[in-house]
Design a protein around this ligand. Structure first.
Ligand code: FAD
Ligand code: EGU
Length: 471
């Protein structure tokens, strides 16, 4: 009895670096397993801070993210604080709105508040007695040999802390990842896209949502795009995507209005002329980066998850969802390999890299596709074609976004299936075209038309025309 108790108190120390969305969720996963969990976060406790000005205000939560929340018993709570979006609402230049459902009735995504989600996850992590949250701890350096991390605090003081496992959840500009870059055989690539984004708030009108709330509103205009997600306070957060050089061209309030008049006229009265003129200049446009790397681990000491491992551009609404799924995948491997870090970490890299790279590529592909030739007509047309083919062959053809958004089909498998489906579709179309030519020819040969009947005599034609003219 003594021995077991003794062994339990020897539980290993897991340091989660980064208390953002993925770090806070991961803390719950590790705490649930009974590890001694220490979370280190640069910022102050966001639950106490007055103003939190971080990245995007709200996010689309879908199946993968929900499944991860379910593993730590948080799904219901977060879903109840989200706003279901059953369809996209496409805004055309003329102001016409066209809804396009995501799928069947139960297939919807949720608009969730980033700050609130982060707070809830931190509070949940703190419920475990074996978890400690350390705010105002910025990781400066760490050693892959010893597992010792150095933190700086806002008063300038330093702290050195040891952990058995370091989990890097410190975002797209990860300080943990810097050590990986110094090592041999570490692959790394990062790409900044030419677009930036800016968030604008659409206030309620007479205490009600200014647009229909249960939709993801989209204004697709090729190079320019705007997206709006609803918030619980009946506002919408509009995210404007456009190239940095276009952002820079607009320097006065009047130019802002002129620009919106040209591309998003229906949104002007909803956001408000004065608010638009003001908010556009509040913060500069933010950059978007795509990061891919491998491996995700160093020996049995350290592993990267979330944006630290794979920052993706937001054009599939999957960044957080993929990061949350990382946590489930890791957890499943922990079960299979009995929490043996050296085996777990290499298996995690082996399993997860292809999937995270696949979603990074998909998101980038969609960015290029959208900016190249997606206006409202094309968007609507494409989604109808997808849905129609799915209707014709429900088992064989599943739209890519459906596999990505509403299933846990491995991302790389979804991409493979998508390529295969496209081949089948193209083949069918070609077969159809060839079939039409051959079939038509065959019918013509079998039933040769009477040439005399086919060629209408000029005289008859003339009479017909005359008959048409005279009432
Ligand atoms: P982060 O949220 O960046 O958290 C990292 C944390 O680490 C931060 O709290 C930071 O303070 C801390 N940190 C950093 N450095 C250190 C250090 N040296 N020491 C200690 N702590 C440190 N995803 C979706 O799923 N759906 C969406 O609809 C969606 N929309 C998006 C829209 C936009 C415009 C953008 C930019 C992204 C969107 N994403 C979306 C992606 C999503 O925001 C990210 O994938 C997600 O935030 C990643 O979480 P993370 O915890 O890995 O990183
Ligand atoms: C971008 C920024 C519509 C939140 C991709 C769809 C996004 C989100 C789409 C942002 C689009 C684009 C999908 C979802 C979602 C669509 C998706 C994109 C949420 C292919 C707050 N994207 N996003 N695709 O299908 O699968 O509706 O900032 F405009 S949710 Cl770019 Cl499903």
């Amino acid at each position: 009895m003594e021995e077991t108790a003794g062994r339990q108190t020897e539980k290993k120390v897991v340091a989660v670096v980064g208390g953002g969305l993925v770090g806070a969720l991961n803390a719950c996963f590790f705490a649930k397993r009974g590890f001694e969990v220490e979370v280190f976060e640069t910022r102050e406790d966001i639950r106490k801070a007055k103003i939190v000005r971080g990245r995007s205000i709200n996010l689309a939560l879908s199946h993968r993210g929900r499944q991860a929340l379910k593993h730590v018993g948080m799904e219901e709570k977060i879903v109840s604080q989200g706003i279901p979006m059953h369809a996209r609402m496409i805004h055309s230049l003329s102001g016409k709105q066209s809804p396009i459902p995501y799928g069947k009735k139960g297939q919807y995504i949720l608009s969730v508040d980033r700050a609130n989600l982060n707070k809830e996850l931190l509070t949940e992590a703190e419920k475990y007695s074996n978890t400690k949250l350390n705010f105002d701890h910025k990781l400066q350096d760490w050693s892959a040999e010893t597992g010792i991390m150095t933190f700086v605090r806002s008063d300038g003081s330093m702290e050195q802390i040891h952990a058995d496992l370091i989990v890097g959840c410190d975002g797209a500009f990860s300080a943990i990842r810097k050590q990986f870059l110094r090592r041999s055989r570490f692959n790394y690539s990062q790409t900044y896209i030419p677009h930036g984004y800016m968030e604008l708030t659409m206030p309620p009108i007479n205490g009600e949502f200014a647009m229909k709330p249960n939709y993801l509103h989209i204004w697709p205009r090729n190079t320019f795009m705007m997206i709006a997600l609803p918030n619980l306070d009946k506002t919408f957060t509009c995210t404007l995507f456009m190239p940095f050089d276009e952002f820079e061209k607009i320097t006065t309030g009047d130019e802002v209005i002129e620009f919106f008049q040209k591309y998003f006229p229906d949104s002007i009265p909803l956001i408000g002329v004065e608010a638009l003129k003001r908010d556009y200049f509040r913060l500069p446009a933010q950059a978007m980066v795509s990061v891919k790397c491998s491996p995700y681990h160093i020996g049995d000491k350290c592993v990267l998850m979330g944006d630290a491992a794979h920052a993706v551009v937001p054009f599939y609404g999957q960044g957080m969802n993929a990061g949350f799924e990382d946590c489930i995948v890791f957890d499943e491997i922990m079960d299979r390999f009995n929490e043996d870090f050296s085996a777990v970490l290499s298996e995690y890299t082996r399993v997860r890299v292809p999937d995270d790279h696949a979603i990074a590529d998909l998101a980038m592909y969609n960015y290029i596709e959208m900016r190249a030739h997606v206006n409202s007509k094309w968007f609507i047309f494409r989604k109808y074609v997808d849905n129609f083919l799915h209707f014709l062959m429900p088992k064989a053809v599943i739209p890519l976004y459906t596999m990505v958004t509403f299933t846990r089909t491995r991302y790389h498998v979804a991409v493979e299936r998508w390529h295969w489906q496209n081949k089948v579709i193209n083949y069918s179309l070609r077969l159809g075209a060839v079939g039409a030519v051959f079939g038509g020819s065959y019918l013509l040969i079998k039933n040769p038309p009477d040439m005399n009947k086919l060629i209408i005599p000029t005289e008859k034609m003339w009479n017909k025309l005359v008959a048409l003219k005279t009432p």
